[in-house]
Design a protein around this ligand. Structure first.
Ligand SMILES: Nc1ncnc2c1ncn2[C@@H]1O[C@H](COP(=O)(O)OP(=O)(O)O)[C@@H](O)[C@H]1O
Ligand SMILES: [Mg+2]
Length: 581
């Protein structure tokens, strides 16, 4: 509810107008049966005119009715317009805030929600909340007006009709309460199964190539069908419950109409009431009960919307863990130095320790290579520098300042990471390279691409730099993707460049040319290079050998060859591989 008020605040005036016009519309709807009664009683039966029909009265009242109906329609239209403006406006604001929040999430938080759920929340749940808002300012007002106004109008015709309302009302109320009580918990289940279905769809659509390559279409279809069936079953249960509502309502409604006719006919015979008035009473009772029926529908939207509100609230209430902390911002004056001080790292609070007591200083302008078997923690280690994750113990310093002291955006301007798995956006190659610096001119883009050994193949593409990249870079080869990603990192610049295993799909010659260009044109950058092959790292200033989350050795290629058995083992095994090739 807090959420709703917060987002409705901006639109209160429009919401008020929407409700006011709604009241106008219902008022007119309630006024009509009276005119109808007048036509029957005075025009047709001529009750106060000795039983002579009055054609003029019929025509003039008819015209009045028509005008009133037009006015009512206009009110309805305006009410719909203002309701929409409020609902769309608030929905839009909620969506924007959710997106902003999601963008601020740490990697861990995104994993926790799961992408499928986040997408459901920002689309489907926001729509539900939008419906909720619109029903609150329009539907609820309408129902209440029909109920209260209709009852008042009915009683003003004749108090004895009140007995019928008093009998019908509890029956319907019990019916509504029963359905809402049973349906309410189902809505949470419904949203959850929708979440799950969306996750499966998303995983399979993005991973369609792997699914096909491993001939898993059937089993994935099975997984989808199960989730889909669950959703269908839940929806079916909800609909079954709701379908209870209508027949019961109809029975009560018809009984009420019969009751009115019964009470009315006795009074008509007594002469205390006119036939047209009984007709009006019948219209009122159906208006009242229909209003209540709508109320049941609104309760449904209400409980659905409240379930969604909670899910959106969860997103909005999740504050990014990665926040600037009030630590001293006094550096050591260096530009591009990194220091790990007794760093320990775990992924989750209860996960196993990935890095143990890492102590390492990297100098400005240095080229430091990290080598080690897969899963030994290389990517985890470098992810602490731009603060994708926080160390569990110890400190990571950039230019002598604790990374937690930086505004994360500022830190990430200094630290450029080229991730192991490059992400692409479906725009041109140019825009994909200029991601970190959208205002870069052609010359800068080409220079970065040339250093990344990408310029040549880009020129050979159909439209050169303006060639469209398919979704997630699927129109490019692995090596091409890596090189565009490197160009993107080089263009962004900063002080520290981290290349996380980005040369794995490049041949040795291209890789050597890349390093030569880095050493020639990017001397100021501190370079941290993760690689699998010794050939890729042997020219680095220093090489760190990482083994099971600890530093097993550090030095130049020659030093490590002389003193480090693990390094020598890696060297020997790779040499053998090359010889056997
Ligand atoms: N996001 C993550 N959540 C939980 N565990 C992870 C995550 N990323 C990596 N790991 C685990 O951390 C360990 C080190 O992974 P990583 O740093 O990627 O190794 P490397 O880059 O050396 O191959 C692995 O055992 C891996 O399973
Ligand atoms: Mg890795």
């Amino acid at each position: 509810m807090k959420l709703l008020f917060r987002f409705m605040k901006k639109y209160w005036f429009m919401a008020l107008l929407a409700s006011a016009f709604m009241i106008g519309e219902v008022y007119i709807d309630l006024y009509q049966p009276r005119m109808m009664a007048e036509i029957v009683n005075e025009g047709v039966l001529g009750l106060s005119n000795g039983g002579k029909p009055d054609i003029n009265l019929i025509v003039s009242t008819g015209i009045r009715m028509l005008l009133v109906v037009i006015a009512g329609g206009l009110c309805g239209l305006l009410s719909a317009v203002f309701t929409n403006m409020t609902g769309q406006g608030a929905g839009n604001d909620i969506r924007k805030l959710c997106f902003e929040r999601i963008m601020s999430f740490s990697f861990e938080q995104t994993d926790e929600f799961s992408t499928g759920s986040l997408i459901t929340r920002i689309t489907n749940d926001v729509n539900q909340v939008q419906q909720l808002i619109m029903q609150l300012i329009r539907g609820l007002v309408r129902c209440l007006m029909f109920f209260i106004g209709g009852s008042a109008a009915l009683l003003s015709l004749d108090m004895s009709f009140g007995v019928i309302v008093a009998c019908a009302f509890p029956l319907i109320l019990i019916d509504i309460i029963f359905v809402v009580w049973r349906a309410n918990p189902l809505f949470t289940v419904l949203q959850k199964s929708l979440d799950r279905l969306n996750s499966i769809i998303q995983e399979n659509v993005t991973g369609i190539r792997v699914v096909k390559a491993f001939v898993q279409e059937k089993s994935e279809e099975q997984r989808f069908n199960e989730a889909n069936q669950h959703l269908v079953d839940t929806q079916f249960n909800v609909q079954m419950l709701l379908s209870f509502l209508r027949p019961v309502m109809n029975i009560v409604l018809n009984m009420a109409v019969v009751g009115i006719i019964y009470v009315g006919s006795i009074q008509v015979q007594e002469g205390s009431i006119a036939p047209g008035t009984v007709m009006a009473a019948i219209t009122y009772i159906s208006q009242i009960l229909n209003g209540m029926m709508m109320l049941a529908m609104i309760f449904q939207i209400l409980s659905r919307g409240l379930a969604s509100t909670k899910r959106i609230q969860e997103v909005i209430d999740t504050q990014s863990e990665i926040k600037q902390e009030p630590l001293p911002m006094v550096g050591d004056g260096s530009r591009g130095s990194v220091r790990f001080e007794h760093v320990k790292f775990v992924y989750n609070d209860n996960g196993s320790e990935i890095l143990h007591d890492i102590d390492l200083s990297i100098l400005p302008g240095e080229t430091l290579a990290i080598i080690g078997s897969t899963g030994c923690g290389k990517s985890s280690l470098v992810s602490l520098i731009p603060r994708f994750y926080d160390a569990a113990e110890g400190r990571v310093l950039v230019d002598g300042i604790d990374v937690r002291a930086y505004d994360p955006a500022e830190l990430r301007k200094k630290v450029t990471v080229c991730l192991q798995k490059a992400e692409f956006f479906s725009t041109t190659i140019r825009e994909n390279i200029a991601l970190g610096d959208p205002d870069a001119d052609d010359e800068a883009i080409r220079k970065a691409a040339a250093a990344a050994q990408a310029d040549k193949f880009i020129q050979h593409q159909k439209d050169g730099y303006d060639t469209a990249v398919a979704e997630r870079g699927m129109s490019l080869s692995g090596g091409q993707r890596q090189r565009i990603a490197i160009a993107r990192a080089l263009l962004k610049g900063g002080e520290i460049l981290i290349l996380d295993d980005v040369t794995s799909a490049l041949d040795l010659k291209t890789e050597a040319a890349l390093y030569a260009a880095l050493n020639r044109d990017y001397t100021n950058l501190t370079k941290i290079i993760i690689a699998q092959r010794i050939a890729s790292v042997r020219n680095a200033d220093r090489i760190v050998v990482l083994d099971g989350g600890t530093i097993a050795g550090c030095g130049t290629h020659e030093e490590l060859m002389a003193s480090n058995t693990l390094y020598r083992d890696i060297y020997d095994s790779q040499l053998k591989e090359e010889e056997t090739l």
